[in-house]
Design a binder for this molecule. Structure first.
Ligand SMILES: [Zn+2]
Length: 229
C-alpha cells in the first residue's frame, strides 16, 4: 500500500492581491449573498484569469481556437499530474534553464521520474510580479522528453521568458505532448523524490486551470518501486 509521512502544499495563495502576468485578469471576489442578510448562506462569485496562482496550461493556450474542445484544459489526460516526481533545486536563479545546467545532476540519479519540478526561488512575494524569473530552454524540454519525462513544473510565472513573443518552451512542451505547471511554490521543499498530485479542474471551455498542487513526502524509505510507472 502507498504510504506517506506528510503533505507539502506547493500552491501559491490566490487572493485579490495575488500577482498577475502583465495584462492578465486579477482574482476578484464578489459577495452575492451574506449570511447576515440571507440568514441561510454566504455566497460568492469570482472572476480571474486561470493563470493566476499555481496552474496548468492546456495546448489551447498557445494555439488554435477556443472551440477546439480536445485542446482545452478539461480534456487533458490526467496521468502526468499524479505520480512519482523529482524536485531539482537550482535556487536561486533567474536564468533560462538549459540541459547543460542540469545534465550532471540528472545523470547522477539512479532513475528519473516522469515528473520534474524546478525550484528556482528561495522566497516568493505572492503579490509582486517579478519580471526576472527562470524559464525553460527548449533543449532542456527535448532532452527530458527523450528520457521519458511527461511533466515539467516551475516556481515562476511562465515556462518562457517574460518578453518572449514566440513562447518556444510552451510550443516544444506541446509538440512533445508534455504537460507543465507554472507558479509553483517550492520555497519550503528540498531536493528529492516525492509523489505529486496537481490535478486541473474539469473546465471544458478554458485554456488553463488552477491546481492545488501538493507533494506527498514518503519520509525515510522513499517511494516504493510499485508506485512508479
Ligand atoms: Zn500559464
Amino acid at each position: 500500500m502507498f504510504t506517506y509521512k506528510r503533505i507539502i502544499d506547493i500552491s501559491q495563495p490566490v487572493r485579490e492581491s495575488s500577482a498577475t502576468f502583465p495584462g492578465d485578469t486579477a482574482f476578484k471576489r464578489d459577495i452575492v449573498l451574506t449570511h447576515a442578510d440571507s440568514k441561510v448562506v454566504n455566497l460568492t462569485a469570482f472572476t480571474m484569469s486561470p493563470h493566476v496562482g499555481t496552474h496548468v496550461d492546456a495546448p489551447a493556450h498557445i494555439k488554435g481556437s477556443m472551440d477546439a474542445e480536445t485542446e482545452l484544459v478539461g480534456a487533458l489526460p490526467l496521468h502526468a499530474f499524479v505520480g512519482a516526481c523529482l524536485v531539482l533545486d537550482l535556487s536561486p536563479t533567474t536564468a533560462g534553464i538549459s540541459w547543460k545546467m542540469v545534465q550532471a545532476k540528472i545523470s547522477s540519479l539512479p532513475h528519473l521520474t516522469e515528473r520534474i519540478l524546478f525550484k528556482t526561488q528561495t522566497r516568493i512575494r505572492y503579490d509582486v510580479f517579478e519580471e526576472d524569473y527562470a524559464y525553460f530552454e527548449t533543449d532542456l524540454v527535448k532532452e527530458l522528453s527523450s528520457r521519458g519525462v511527461k511533466l515539467m513544473g516551475i516556481d515562476a510565472p511562465s515556462a518562457d521568458h517574460v518578453r518572449s513573443k514566440t513562447l518556444d518552451a510552451h510550443h516544444e512542451l506541446d509538440r512533445l505532448k508534455m504537460s507543465w505547471l507554472e507558479n509553483l511554490d517550492l520555497t519550503h521543499v528540498s531536493e528529492g523524490e516525492y509523489f505529486l498530485v496537481a490535478l486541473p479542474l474539469k473546465f471544458m471551455e478554458l485554456e488553463a486551470s488552477p491546481v492545488r498542487a501538493v507533494l506527498l513526502d514518503p519520509g525515510g524509505e522513499g517511494i516504493s518501486p510499485s508506485s512508479r510507472h
